[in-house]
Ligand binder design. Structure first.
Ligand code: IPM
Ligand code: MN
Length: 358
């Protein structure tokens, strides 16, 4: 009997359904090549569903999703809905309630011509960001006082717990140990101004003492943004807080060619985890069959890697790399001259030919 994986699929808003459709076609094909099975259950949550039913993410569905091995998400966000309502009711709800404390974001340049930085090659842009995913300002401890008056006060707490900081730092050290030849972990924070981040400084040093084989480095977030553009080759594995990780990885996506390729995994190691493209719902491209599905396809690759289907994961990565290097997919934006489904077709074709280690 071959392995079978029950997964939840939430296509969501905007271009989400179009890119997820291609992601699922690729997943299906890889499953048949590699000999495993996927049992997808699709959930309708997102703006349309909310407008029709006033439901965001009901508990009955949530408890089903909890039982799956993984979740594939398209995008959430719609201009007709109050800012943040669905983002928090769907994405953040899963991050918090499934305790997905690692947000893993690989930054990898697959083909030199996709990089906007002069003279940087795929060897120079190849790092991974481990973003804390359950704390910081995202915890939502906020309030308004005298709202709407000239004396209004607005607060939102940046909060870190020892447990939350330690587990993500430990995950990052373990990952740094597994990655390539250069064993290096860079902590990115703002401990010079946000003194609460001294907790990160101390935890990084204490946990780091257990990993003497890994070189520890540090950069403040402002400087890290600068290095990301100037010398991306300095980064190998990076660990950072929730909000800095959010910002740094959009910048980092651009040096790997754009949001059209950037994927992420929201993980709780050993438990149900969530995979998604970093790009959002891009409402203006909805339904036009122009959105590039590669970020979702790479999210599928990350999902397979997480599930232990490493050959399937490598096969997708290899197929996508070949298409980008050969310029059969010439660019990553909506202006590549290829439709969403044509890009899906190209990936399907090149999956069979992709060379993966036995
Ligand atoms: C991301 C997104 C989310 C975040 C939004 C939609 C709340 O930007 O996944 O990076 O800030 O985490
Ligand atoms: Mn973001």
């Amino acid at each position: 009997m071959s392995q079978s994986y029950p997964i939840a699929v939430i296509p969501g808003d905007g271009i989400g359904p179009e890119v997820v459709r291609e992601g699922l076609r690729v997943l299906d094909r890889v499953a048949s090549i590699e000999g495993f099975r996927i049992e997808p259950t699709t959930y309708p949550f997102g703006a349309e569903h909310y407008l029709k039913t006033k439901e965001i993410f009901p508990e009955t569905a949530f408890s089903e999703v909890r039982q799956k091995r993984a979740i594939l998400l398209g995008a959430i966000g719609d201009p007709r809905i109050e800012v943040g309502l669905l983002e928090f009711g769907i994405i953040a709800k899963m991050r918090f309630e499934l305790d997905l404390y690692v947000n893993l974001r690989p930054v990898k340049l697959y083909a030199e011509h996709l990089c906007p930085l002069k003279g940087k090659t795929p060897e120079d842009v190849d790092f991974i960001v481990v973003r804390e995913n359950t704390e910081d300002a995202y915890a939502g401890m906020r309030g308004f006082f005298k709202k709407g008056t000239p004396d209004e006060i607005a607060t939102q707490e940046i909060l870190f717990t020892r447990k939350g900081v330690e587990r993500v730092i430990r995950y990052a050290f373990e990952l740094a140990r597994k990655r390539g030849d250069e064993k290096k972990l860079t902590l990115v924070d703002k401990a010079n101004a946000v003194r609460a981040m001294d907790l990160w400084t101390r935890t990084f040093a204490e946990v780091g003492a257990e990993y003497p084989d890994i070189t520890r480095e540090h950069a403040y977030i402002d400087a890290a943004c600068m290095w990301c553009v100037k010398n991306p080759e300095w980064f190998v594995t990076v660990v950072t807080s929730n909000m800095f990780g959010d910002i740094l990885t959009d910048l980092a996506a651009m040096i790997q060619g754009g949001l059209g390729i950037a994927a992420s995994g929201n993980l709780h190691p050993g438990k149900v985890s969530l995979f998604e493209p970093i790009h959002g719902s891009a409402p203006k491209y909805t339904g036009k069959n122009v959105a590039n599905p590669l970020a979702t396809i790479m999210a599928v690759s990350m999902m397979l890697d997480y599930l232990g289907e490493t050959r399937g994961a490598a096969r997708i990565e290899e197929a996508v790399t070949n298409l980008l290097r050969s310029k059969r997919i010439p660019s990553l934006g909506s202006d590549s001259g290829l439709s969403t489904s044509q890009i899906g077709d190209l990936v399907l074709e090149s999956l069979d030919r992709a060379k993966v280690p036995a």
